[in-house]
Design a protein around this ligand. Structure first.
Ligand code: OVM
Length: 403
């Protein structure tokens, strides 16, 4: 029952953040969580929960007290075997984390990403022109999925065949951070085949001689990683690189279709494309939650958390915390978005965010320059996932820009 407190004085809540009802509309429970206090206890799972912006940031920034090495899902790797081999970057602490992170930071650095801009913009322009010719289409498969599935595996150096497997793979990994519920069980039906495919794609001989994948393997030649570690770091790219940007692009398209005045502001000034994408990442927060595990008794928001407990950080709730944001439930492409936690914060903050932002900027620039209006052409359908917020279907109608 809501209203109870733990022995440590932490308010207890009963909602299930991995139920379909919650995932369809998390916002009322987000408000309850934030209003209950700086930290709450989710009775159903026996975990702490943090929904306010200040405490979400504090947890994510303190990797020593709030560890990732026991897994960033509900499963505690110190007690249960991870569902897949643990990631060398997401599910590690320093010093191991720094070794893989350093390589990924370089492979996905500003200079490398900026050099992709011309090609990424051309691909976005081509896709938007083709979709304008169709007029009405489903923006999830035909744009939010199609665009990252073209540009990202190209940049990694993957072959063309079977790229679409990256989508069910991402769906299963993101579901696996939650409990072993029906969402998880349904997502992993085909796991053995998909995991084997991802492992094969991560091997040096299956990647082109140039690209992100080749560069990670070259880092093993240079002694920065072992040759056993290199394919695992490539796997991280394949895990985190597509599903997430699909959600982000879907979020931006949904926001622009449902806020026509914001799309008109973007058309009037296409240089707002990057800001419009960033605000969609705040507003919808594609990666809604991740766990940490306390390594010691630790003070947070005036209470002391027990050691060896999972802490569920609600980035989606923090990104709409009225203690931090003015009119948090408005999608406003001119708002200052700095400080949102949609990419995480601290040592684990998204290492691919420059690439994701480039994808978002290119697609929204193409829309701003070529499209007159974006309307819903049917009801959007949510794709429920334990961790990742996104759509399965977004029917849209585009009209060309006049003149
Ligand atoms: C991984 C990985 C890294 C980042 C994110 C992610 C968000 C997975 O290393 O496998 O899902």
């Amino acid at each position: 029952m809501d209203g109870m407190v733990t022995a440590g004085g932490v308010p207890e809540l009963d909602f299930d953040p991995f139920s379909r009802g919650f995932l369809e509309d998390p916002f009322p429970d987000h408000a309850r969580l934030r209003d209950a206090g700086p930290v709450a206890w989710l009775r159903q799972y026996g975990v702490y929960a943090v929904g306010r912006h200040a405490e979400a940031r504090a947890v994510l920034q303190d990797w020593e007290a709030f560890s990732s090495a026991a897994g960033v899902g509900l499963a505690d790797f110190r007690r249960e075997k991870p569902w897949r081999l643990a990631s060398l970057v997401l599910e590690t602490d320093p010093p191991m984390h720094g070794r893989s992170r350093r390589v990924l930071s370089r492979v996905l650095s500003a200079g490398v990403v900026n050099a992709l801009r011309t090609r990424f913009q051309r691909d976005a322009d081509e896709m938007v022109v083709a979709l304008l010719a169709r007029g009405t289409f489903d923006a999830v498969p035909d744009l939010a999925e199609a665009y990252p599935l073209r540009v990202f595996p190209d940049a990694v150096g993957m072959p063309r065949e079977n790229r679409r497997y990256l989508l069910p793979y991402g769906n299963m990994v993101f579901n696996s951070f939650g409990p072993r519920n029906a969402l998880f069980e349904d997502a992993v039906l085909d796991a053995a085949r998909v995991l084997e495919w991802v492992q094969a794609q991560s091997q040096r001989e299956n990647l082109t001689a140039t690209g992100f994948g080749a560069e990670i393997h070259a880092a093993a030649d240079a002694g920065e990683l072992t040759h056993e570690e290199a394919p695992m770091v490539v796997r991280s790219l394949l895990t985190a690189g597509v599903d997430t940007t699909v959600s982000g692009l879907g979020a931006a398209l949904f926001c622009l279709a449902t806020h026509p005045e914001q799309f008109q502001a973007l058309r009037a000034d296409p240089t707002l494309a990057r800001a419009a994408f960033e605000e969609a990442v705040r507003f919808e927060t594609p990666v809604q939650t991740f766990f940490r595990t306390t390594t010691r008794p630790v003070e947070l928001g005036g209470t002391t958390l027990d050691e060896e407990r999972k802490v569920l950080v609600f980035m989606g709730a923090a990104n709409r915390d009225p203690r931090r944001w003015k009119r948090p439930d408005d999608y406003d492409i001119r708002r200052p978005t700095a400080g949102h936690v949609g990419w995480g914060v601290g040592i684990h903050a998204c290492v691919g965010m420059l690439l994701a932002r480039l994808e978002g900027e290119c697609v929204l620039t193409a829309l701003a320059q070529r499209v007159g209006s974006i309307e819903l052409a049917g009801e959007p359908v949510r794709r429920c996932n334990n961790i990742r917020r996104g759509l399965a279907s977004l029917p849209l109608r585009l009209t060309p820009r006049a003149g």
